[in-house]
Design a protein around this ligand. Structure first.
Ligand SMILES: [Zn+2]
Length: 396
């Protein structure tokens, strides 16, 4: 991908090429692009525009203009590779959001078109429901040039060398543009942590987020497998509309105290939960959020005794379709109670066995996709105790 912007960094235009392999046993006649950046504006203003395709023919966008079927010029045989390319313009909407602009600062989270995921169930074209995340993407290699005036700082996923940004085995690519201040430190474990902040963020907030992230990226690396991306960018702002922190590969958006509570450790945990170990965030949001909260608790040394509330008639394992209609319960169940389940599982397995199980689970799904069934198998393989009763009392 090669994109260029104007002096303000609001709008980026260029060309994106997507290369993919048909891993199924049948010819592949089509792909779908996910234009997640259109989720909130739908088809009226479409801040993500794609035109001038080569390698395929686009259809009419669906799912609130977040899904675009592209009929391939020629079906791709099993095991073979093909590409499509297109012109791309992304324009940050005027709102302090993961894809938006606020003052002189512009944020491009979920702005870049990515391939939809296809598995045994077919193409996944789940909607953005306005809360949480609905993403589901394979890990992929990105090579990106972001051409911009020198007056703009442009933190991004990946690592930059000679104007080329590369990111290997990531599920998405995010960046920001604006007159950010920034600093750089290297964690004792060797991860370059770059912190970027807007003019209203205090030095104390910057230092606190940096300290948390440096400690967390090394701690989680020891627990779950070494952080593989080399660099981690923290982007701090005073306000976000609909979230307090948002994770992208090697790049997290954070609210800075005193404007909100820093979620630095939580968002760093997501580098493993959804980032390295992928999942369908729409079908199984607990597979990343409950694990991020549990990991944050472990980082703080908090074992949360007695936090499991008992059967309340609703399971934290519900999908985003359910939470869309129960938005006030989403945080309590998926984040808090799901993490409580993991703390209870740790009490049952023992801390040593739980740690070993999680390390093996991450290893077995490294850059891949996990499912609830896969996690339950991993847990069962770590104990002689039959977990049927445990799951019956903790999920439904
Ligand atoms: Zn989270």
């Amino acid at each position: 991908m090669q994109l260029a912007t104007d002096a303000a960094g609001v709008s980026w235009t260029g060309r994106e090429q997507v290369t993919f392999t048909n891993t199924s046993s049948a010819p592949l006649p089509e792909i779908y692009l996910r234009l997640w950046g259109n989720a909130w504006d739908g088809c009226t203003s479409s801040p993500v525009k794609v035109t001038h395709f080569s390698g395929g023919t686009p259809g009419t966008p669906t799912v609130a203009c977040t899904a675009l079927r592209v009929t391939l010029a020629k079906p791709v045989a099993p095991g073979k590779q093909s590409s499509v390319a297109f012109e791309l313009t992304v324009t940050a909407p005027s709102r302090a959001e993961k894809f938006g602009r606020s003052g002189a600062y512009n944020y491009f989270g979920n702005a870049l078109p990515v391939l939809a995921h296809r598995d045994a169930a077919g193409w996944h074209l789940e909607p953005d429901v306005g809360i949480g995340e609905s993403y589901y993407a394979a890990a992929a290699d990105f090579a990106v040039r972001l051409n911009h005036p020198a007056s703009l700082q442009v933190p991004a996923t990946g690592t930059q060398s000679g104007g080329l940004i590369t990111a290997k085995q990531v599920r998405d690519f995010a960046w920001a543009a604006g007159p950010f201040e920034h600093s750089e430190v290297t964690s004792p474990g060797g991860v370059k942590v770059r912190t970027w902040w807007t003019s209203v963020v205090t030095a104390g907030a910057v230092a606190a987020a940096r300290t948390d992230a440096v400690a967390a990226v090394d701690d989680f690396g020891r627990r779950f497998g070494t952080y593989p991306y080399g660099e981690l960018d923290l982007v701090l702002n005073d306000k976000w509309g609909a979230f307090s922190g948002m994770e992208y590969p090697g790049f997290v958006l954070l609210v800075a105290p005193p404007y909100g509570e820093s979620a630095a450790v939580h968002e760093v945990a997501h580098q493993w939960w959804y980032g390295i170990v992928g999942n369908n965030e729409y079908a199984d949001p607990w597979l990343d959020e409950s694990f991020a909260v549990y990991s944050t608790d472990r980082f703080a040394g908090d074992t949360k005794p007695g936090c499991w509330p008992g059967d309340l008639g609703t399971s934290f394992t519900n999908s985003m379709a359910f939470w869309k209609t129960h938005p006030n319960s989403y945080g309590t169940y998926v984040y808090t109670y799901g993490a409580c389940m993991l703390h209870d599982l740790e009490r049952l397995l023992g801390s040593t066995a739980m740690s070993a199980m999680l390390r093996t689970y991450v290893h077995d799904h490294w850059y891949g996709i996990s499912t609830p069934a896969a996690f339950k198998r991993a847990a069962q393989s770590a104990t002689a105790v039959d977990l049927t009763t445990f799951w019956a009392t903790h999920t439904r």
